[in-house]
Design a protein around this ligand. Sequence first.
Ligand code: GTP
Ligand code: MG
Length: 194
Amino acid sequence: MKIRTTEFVISAVKPEQYPDSALPEIALAGRSNVGKSSLINRLIQRKNLARTSGQPGKTQTLNYYLINEEMYFVDLPGYGFARVSQEQRKQWGKMIEKYLTERRNLRAVLHLIDIRHPPSAEDVMMSEWLHHIGLETCVVTTKADKIPKGKRAQHVKIIREKLQLAKDHPLVVFSSEEGLGKDELWSWIEGKLS
Ligand code: GTP
Ligand code: MG
């Protein structure tokens, strides 16, 4: 996609705050620190439109980014961050669940998994749950630059097995650092917008 305009629109915590719009939305799910905000920045070639941080748990709201006045990326709060209270976790869980099950503009979800590690129990749960509610998903294995090229296929194999992905389930090996996977992921996303 040729990026003409990008705009941060709103940090939403409840449906009334979601944009009053019928534009298609692509959401990003994944554990805290997996690289969701960095991936958005790389896809739209902006250094820091989506706030990134070495501090996990930074994104605690649904953050809407409008692209070309044509579609939104919705950066979801990361799961699996230890240093938050049970109560807060429950709140986030509810908010994410509500969005994923009820938002009609939602076209597809990018499910981000760190390529370096086998998926966690929470990754597996999220994956099962996304399939269960019938959302289109693309698994994106992030931070590919952190392991040698020759080892990536083996890591991807383990991730596919652990998440029980069908052979033809979309999966993109990605690096926000190097831009690897950017064109492939954009073409998958564009296929979901029409
Ligand atoms: P939360 O908002 O806390 O849920 O995290 P997030 O998933 O948005 O992660 P974020 O994009 O903020 O990235 C977390 C850290 O990982 C930052 O220090 C990034 O610079 C780093 N990071 C993200 N993507 C990559 C990548 O592809 N390669 C490398 N080497 N580092 C990355
Ligand atoms: Mg973030």
